[in-house]
Design a protein around this ligand. Structure first.
Ligand SMILES: NC(=O)c1ccc[n+]([C@@H]2O[C@H](COP(=O)([O-])OP(=O)(O)OC[C@H]3O[C@@H](n4cnc5c(N)ncnc54)[C@H](OP(=O)(O)O)[C@@H]3O)[C@@H](O)[C@H]2O)c1
Length: 317
């Protein structure tokens, strides 16, 4: 049964603050000085962005001291934009060693994408399925199952930024799968959790499909997910005006800086340990199981087939 920790905005914020004080064992972050020279990584804020072009890339160049930073525009709520983005990678013969799917959205009230889909469902989950469907079939992420270009000796990594809110979600209703839902300020967090349950269930299923017959060891593609904990980001940009004067200072005081929140992502991308496993979920620097619902292979298989049906109806696949 789902817990209710993230069922409303107040309990969610409280649990995020308490998470910062958790003393359970953690993995050691990737050491300073560890290098990824010669590898190509797809990190939303660096390479594939909706906005901030070229400024975000220039900042990354300046801070990293590297000029090997390229930006490609993509709006993940728009299937046409995703197709152009994937075409651009294919046309440049890009091979990705690691792809980090970070983008997420929390609309203050329900909104629809250009294609009539609920926006959190579309961006937080569906877009990742669509992008990966292309990247895997085109062999941009080397793999044996869809791409026929396995690189098992040095497996590529796919990392999703999910959220602990997936644990408090209502179950996925497969009878109404993909149908737009309506929500307001008070229940938005609940449906945000649902979008992250979709994503977390998908990440588990993708890991199984890309590594059939495996037990998580010696993977062909390493597929992992992470909840970064509470981050003082721009996530609450759509919060009601009356709430912002309380929320902004509270987030600045109690939530982590984005630089710190990204450390576990670095770990999943760069640690030797995570290159030998698949299907791992981390909450900040702690390895945990995702929720039972997300790990259930029947849920994963149903999610996959319902997603394919939906995308066929939209002529995306
Ligand atoms: N903040 C937290 O406390 C927290 C906790 C758990 C998990 N997370 C997850 O962490 C990830 C990053 O969020 P954040 O906290 O850094 O929030 P953020 O500051 O709002 O960043 C969200 C990012 O997603 C991008 N994005 C949104 N819609 C998009 C679209 N249609 N196409 C392309 N890009 C789009 C945004 O691009 P623009 O710059 O163009 O808007 C922005 O770069 C999300 O997946 C979120 O769910 C955050």
């Amino acid at each position: 049964m789902a817990d209710r920790t993230h069922g409303n905005p107040f309990t969610a914020v409280l649990s995020w603050v308490l998470d910062q004080r958790n003393k359970d064992p953690k993995v050691a972050p990737v050491p300073r000085g560890a290098r990824l020279d010669g590898r190509t990584c797809l990190v939303h804020v660096i390479m594939a962005c909706r906005s901030g072009i070229p400024e975000a890339g220039q900042d990354v160049r300046a801070e990293s001291g590297s000029d090997k930073v390229e930006m490609i525009q993509v709006d993940l709520s728009d299937f046409d934009s995703i197709a152009s983005f994937c075409d651009a990678l294919r046309d440049r013969n890009v091979t990705l060693d690691a792809a980090v799917f970070n983008a997420g959205v929390v609309p203050v009230t329900s909104r629809r994408s250009k294609h009539g889909l609920e926006l959190m469902f579309a961006v937080n989950f569906l877009a990742k399925f669509v992008v990966l469907n292309r990247l895997l079939h085109d062999g941009i992420i080397p793999n044996a199952v869809y791409g026929d270009n396995s690189r098992a000796e040095d497996p590529p990594r796919v990392i999703f930024v999910s959220s602990e809110t997936h644990r408090s979600s209502i179950p996925i209703d497969f009878d109404t799968f993909g149908e737009p839902i309506e929500y307001g300020v008070s229940d938005g967090v609940k449906y945000y959790g649902l979008s992250k349950l979709h994503l977390t269930t998908y990440f588990q299923e993708l890991s199984r499909r890309l590594n059939p017959g495996g037990n998580g060891e010696n993977p062909d593609v390493c597929v992992h997910a992470i909840c970064p904990g509470a981050v003082n980001s721009n996530m609450a940009r759509e919060a009601p005006t009356w709430l912002k004067p309380i929320l902004k200072p509270a987030m600045a005081l109690f939530f982590q800086k984005p630089e710190k929140a990204s450390i576990p992502v670095d770990y999943l991308v760069a640690s030797g340990e995570m290159g030998e496993k698949t299907g791992e979920y981390m909450h900040m620097l702690r390895i945990k199981d995702p929720s039972e619902a997300a790990m259930d292979p029947d849920n994963g298989a149903l999610l996959w087939s319902k997603t394919e049906d939906l995308l066929r109806r939209h002529h995306v696949i």
